[in-house]
Design a binder for this molecule. Sequence first.
Ligand code: A1S
Length: 212
Amino acid sequence: MTCVHVITHANRHFYEESLEQFHRLRHQIFVEERGWSGLRQPDGLEVDAYDNQHAVYLLAIDAGRLVGGQRLYPTLLPHMISEVFPHLAQLGVPQAADILEWTRYFVVKERRTGRTDCRLLAAMQEFCLGEGITEVTAVVEMWWLPRWQQAGFKVRPLGLPQLIEGQPCIAAAVEISQASLEHVRKLAGLRGASLIRNGLSSRIHQVPHVAA
Ligand code: A1S
């Protein structure tokens, strides 16, 4: 059975193998499948500046095998939108303790067009609700907008779409709500809470210390 595990700096020692699979799959999927060649690494592991002690990973694992994943990161720290894509957020880059950035989302090929995608979307909403997060921000290709609408997610554009490597992309903020969580759970026929928080206390999100 597939479960989504919450992994932070505090419990990553339980998940070293899954995290290695996550970075390897990110390379296979984002570099080799999607062609984001700027992320290519000689060791076949896609790791960036935001894979550090502040990142939270929500990984879908089935019988020890990683089948999908995503990353959340504090917007109070320099993050991908503030550092790499600020030009996409003409209405301003949202930065607050209750807003996280959402990146590196994927489902392995064999599990696509199935329930894993909705499981990951539900996991993101469930985790954020539990942590008092109100929005997540992301840079996405435009085809995410109808997907989010179908999932029952409310989306606020942060600026106009622009081409990135030939693809129209947009920066957006997605609202965290019980209604969205229930909608996406219903779509996938999921019942109740499903996150595994191995070795973590009930609330883990900490506001990072930011120098004045
Ligand atoms: C940043 C993301 C942030 C949220 C953090 O009938 P179809 O096949 O056309 O239905 C497809 C399309 O409508 C659309 N879609 C998926 N990939 C697309 C692409 N490259 N270009 C245009 N449209 C695309 O979604 C429908 C369902 O896709 P799917 O792959 O059959 O199934 P599933 O299970 O919903 O998985 C969707 C995702 C995006 C998770 C999966 O395709 C994947 O892992 N792709 C590679 C990683 C990726 O591109 N991640 C998003 C960027 S990170």
